[in-house]
Every structure is written in structure tokens, then in C-alpha cells.
Design a protein around this ligand. Structure first.
Ligand SMILES: CC(C)(COP(=O)(O)OP(=O)(O)OC[C@H]1O[C@@H](n2cnc3c(N)ncnc32)[C@H](O)[C@@H]1OP(=O)(O)O)[C@@H](O)C(=O)NCCC(=O)NCCS
Length: 132
């Protein structure tokens, strides 16, 4: 499993609520099966406080399906650092895509990404990871 070098933080304070992150097994499986991951660890409490994943063919393209920082850790530059480190890992590829809500677009634009149009399909019945 290509575990990314953790983004180390020395930040204090956490209210870990596993229900917010979804079932732990599903989360572990999606990390294991991703081609690249980078995690942010709060070393004071030994907990993961943010993560980013990517799927790539390692030839031309990559897609970033998940990026999340725990709410109490947001606004401290962790999300930006996760994206920067992931883009470093994906360097040399022609295309790196991410789908996001309109309000998150400025976050990605600050990191050098551009607005684009896209299309998507969501099978809500498989949202918990039971389809595969
Ligand atoms: C999006 C997210 C990962 C950002 O993480 P973060 O650690 O708070 O980001 P940073 O602290 O690095 O913020 C960097 C900049 O982006 C801005 N920013 C962060 N989140 C933003 C948002 N949701 N909308 C608009 N701007 C945002 C910050 O204000 C900051 O601006 P500044 O440099 O002018 O101060 C985090 O808000 C999150 O986990 N959101 C819920 C999940 C989500 O939306 N993920 C993206 C899926 S595509």
C-alpha cells in the first residue's frame, strides 16, 4: 500500500467521532485500494486528522476522489499541504482532475487548479461501500 509521508502537525485538540468519518472498514479499504494517499497526523494525540487519495493510471491521468480535514483542524493550512503533496506525487502526469462544489473551487484555484466542466454518476445505494 503506497502510504504517503504524513503531513505532521503539532496541533492540539480533537473530538474524534468515527460516525462522522463513516464506517472504519470502508475508510480503510478505500485508503488501501487508492493508488496514492497522504495523511495528516496530529502527533500530540496520534490520530489522523486529514487525508487525500488519488486514483491514477500512472501514464497520463489521475483523479482525486477524496480530500477531508476534520472540522476542528480546518483553516490551518492542512488541506492545502495535503493537496500540494499529492500534486507532487502526481507530477509528470498530463491531467489531474477533481470534482468539487462551487464553494470549494477557490480553495483549489489557490493551489493552481482551474475551473472545469464535468459530469458524474452517483449510485447512492452503494455509498457505504457495499457494492464491491
Ligand atoms: C476543503 C478542505 C479540505 C480545506 O481544508 P483546510 O485545511 O481548511 O484548508 P486550508 O487551511 O489549507 O485553506 C486554504 C485556503 O482555502 C480556503 N478554504 C478552505 N476551505 C474552503 C472552502 N470550503 N471554501 C472556500 N475556501 C476555502 C481557506 O480560507 C484558505 O484561504 P487563505 O489561504 O486565504 O487563508 C476542508 O474544508 C474540508 O475538509 N472540507 C470538507 C470536505 C470537502 O469539501 N473536501 C473537498 C472535496 S472536493
Amino acid at each position: 500500500m503506497p502510504i504517503g509521508t504524513p503531513v505532521r502537525t503539532s496541533l492540539r485538540g480533537s473530538s474524534r467521532d468515527s460516525s462522522r468519518a463513516g464506517p472504519i472498514e470502508t475508510h480503510l479499504r478505500l485508503l488501501e485500494r487508492s493508488d496514492e494517499i497522504v495523511i495528516a497526523v496530529d502527533e500530540q494525540i496520534g490520530a489522523v486528522v486529514g487525508f487525500i487519495t488519488a486514483i491514477t493510471d500512472r501514464v497520463l491521468s489521475a483523479y482525486i476522489p477524496f480530500l477531508e480535514v476534520l472540522p476542528e483542524y480546518r483553516g490551518r493550512g492542512i488541506g492545502s499541504e495535503l493537496v500540494r503533496r499529492m500534486l507532487e506525487r502526481l507530477a509528470g502526469l498530463y491531467m489531474v482532475d477533481v470534482l468539487c462544489d462551487e464553494e470549494v473551487l477557490p480553495f483549489y484555484q489557490k493551489l493552481g487548479m482551474r475551473r472545469a466542466k464535468g459530469a458524474m454518476l452517483r449510485n447512492r445505494e452503494y455509498q457505504s461501500g457495499t457494492g464491491r
